[in-house]
Write a protein that binds this ligand. Structure first.
Ligand SMILES: C[S@@+](CC[C@H](N)C(=O)[O-])C[C@H]1O[C@@H](n2cnc3c(N)ncnc32)[C@H](O)[C@@H]1O
Length: 205
């Protein structure tokens, strides 16, 4: 079920989140100068942070467990942690996991990043999309297993799928997320989308 993203009451993001975004944006060029991790593009942190702020203020999540699927530099998971979630991230690229851990440590944020795939075991059939240039990496250790958390335990999942791969995220969420979990996705120019998994129903509108 699609939900409108609540407009936050506060005019600005919490100071901790603003500091985090500034620091992340300072680090990104240096990371990309060293190498370009395949499929790595940052979402618009401030926009995503505002959406999380709106979700928190409106008390939309059933609990405080959050996971960023394909966490890159980990900024969304870190922003969620700053806003009261017990957050983690799963990222296939070990270099990015190192960067996310360094950012978390430097900012004193307690967020775990697993190096592996967010595709739960048995979900590989849902990832087979005919894409010439896809960001979704096949294979890798199961990130949920590394974290010791079942995907159905998350109350909020965030992902930034490349065009053409939105359905994979939606289908994985629909199959593995817990009832009433929220899926927040970023779609570049098209902005953000928020859905709730309804027991026995489809996440699609
Ligand atoms: C578009 S980037 C988004 C990064 C970050 N979530 C953000 O919003 O800034 C997608 C990320 O997913 C990672 N990725 C691709 N396939 C993955 C998989 N199967 N499991 C975990 N991470 C994956 C890529 O390495 C990349 O860092």
């Amino acid at each position: 079920m699609d939900l409108p993203i609540p407009e936050p009451r506060e005019a600005t993001l919490p100071a901790r989140v603003l500091v985090l975004i500034e620091e992340a944006e300072r680090r990104v060029p240096a990371i990309l100068e060293k190498r370009t991790p395949p499929g790595f593009v940052c979402s618009e942190f401030e926009r995503v942070g505002r959406a999380i702020q709106g979700i928190v203020e409106a008390n939309l999540a059933a609990g405080n467990a959050c996971c960023e699927w394909g966490s890159g530099l980990g900024v969304v998971a870190l922003m969620a942690a700053c806003q009261g979630f017990h957050a983690c991230g799963i990222e296939i690229d070990s270099g990015l996991v190192d960067e996310a851990n360094a950012l978390a440590e430097d900012l004193g944020l307690d967020v775990e990043f697993a190096c592996g795939t967010f595709v739960p075991e048995g979900g590989e059939d849902l990832t087979d999309v005919p894409q010439e240039f896809g960001w979704l990496s096949a294979g890798g250790a199961c990130g949920h297993e590394i974290l010791g958390v079942d995907p159905e335990e998350f109350d909020l999942v965030f992902a930034y799928p490349w065009p053409g791969e939105e359905q994979v995220i939606e289908d994985l969420f629909e199959r593995y997320a817990g009832d009433s979990a929220l899926l927040l996705t970023f779609h570049g120019m098209e902005g953000l989308r928020l859905r709730r998994k309804i027991a026995g129903g489809a996440a699609r509108p």
